[in-house]
Design a protein around this ligand. Structure first.
Ligand code: AKG
Length: 314
């Protein structure tokens, strides 16, 4: 299993992000992420942010599963949430005393706001510094994340570049290159394989062919997650506090204007798949089922050949 590349050099980090032939994930050590590393105790955050209501995922399972929804959405005042995340057993709970919490900050208006620490958590925003890996006009969002110990978020990809800054606690990382999409049993932007560390090979045999890139993110480290790289992140022995910053790598016109999370596929792809869905619907209406079945498979052969030719060219 290869490990995720590690560097202490901001210059090298910048080169990997900007060089179109590189753009692989890396862990950047020794970047000064600001006073948050010392300051962000649970008491400090609770007193600075207070009882602002926040929306959270709550699950009895340590592996949150978006596809099968083994969690509920709840709301807690921030100062309660942080103290609950700190404990592994809580006297007050929604589902069970051992339940896990995952907080991914949204905007104040969840339907229209893009997460931004400066706007939504101004009392702590100046405590953190981001590695200067992108220009400010490409900035998209800054997301405050807190999770209980030993809590995993599903494997998924995002369509923007992202730097995950670890402030408190340690995280286990598993990443896959974009072309491993063939082996990950994808539903939208998420993998159906929930237990990625010990997958069920009978149900998901192709995952044997995926290359697992692994790493550990310690407090003070920053992980570069290039757009389209699959990632699976799990907090380890203690609760975890992170901030991640998304930015646009492509021209702004390629991104859906109403994408709040940075995970809607780029516009040329959404257009293509929309047209294809329409055409398939027409095919289905016009032809007897044996022909539809045949031509849909024929389409798959066309795409397989297209991929082969594309691989040869690139
Ligand atoms: O740190 C985490 O818990 C998940 C991070 C993540 O999924 C992301 O940065 O896109």
């Amino acid at each position: 299993m290869p490990t995720i590349y590690e560097t202490d050099s901001l210059d090298e980090a910048l080169n990997i992000v900007q060089d179109e032939n590189k753009r692989y994930p890396f862990i950047l050590h020794k970047f000064d992420i600001g006073s948050c590393q010392e300051k962000w105790t649970s008491d400090y955050l609770a007193s600075k942010i207070g009882s602002k209501p926040v929306r959270i995922h709550v699950s009895q399972d340590s592996m949150m599963d978006f596809v099968r929804k083994n969690f509920t959405y709840e709301t807690l005042p921030f100062n309660k949430l942080i103290h609950r995340c700190e404990q592994t057993i809580n006297d007050e709970y929604f589902l069970a005393s051992h339940e896990r919490y995952y907080f991914r900050a949204l905007g104040d208006n969840q339907r229209t706001d893009i997460a931004n620490i400066e706007k939504h958590f101004p009392s702590i925003a100046n405590d953190i510094k981001y590695p200067p890996l992108f220009s400010s006009e490409n900035f998209f969002s800054s997301v405050f994340r807190i999770s209980s110990a030993n809590t995993q978020l599903w494997t998924h990809y995002d369509i923007m570049d992202n730097i995950l800054i670890q402030v408190h606690g340690t995280k286990r990382l598993i990443m896959f290159q974009p072309s491993d999409i063939d082996y990950l049993y994808i539903d939208g932007d998420k993998s159906l394989i929930n237990n990625i560390e010990e997958p069920d090979f009978e149900t998901y045999p192709l995952v044997r062919q995926a290359t697992y890139y692994t790493g550990i993110l310690q407090p003070g480290d920053c992980l570069f997650i290039p757009a389209l790289w699959f990632h699976n992140v799990k907090s380890l022995d203690t609760y975890a506090i992170s901030v991640n910053v998304f930015w646009r790598h492509l021209n702004i016109d390629f991104y859906e204007p109403k994408d709040l999370y940075g995970n809607k596929d780029v516009v040329p792809f959404s257009r293509t798949i929309g047209q294809l869905a329409k055409s398939l619907n027409e095919l289905d209406k016009q032809l007897p089922s044996v022909y539809v079945d045949f031509y849909v498979r024929r389409l798959r052969c066309y795409l397989d050949n297209y991929i082969k030719e594309y691989e040869k060219k690139n």
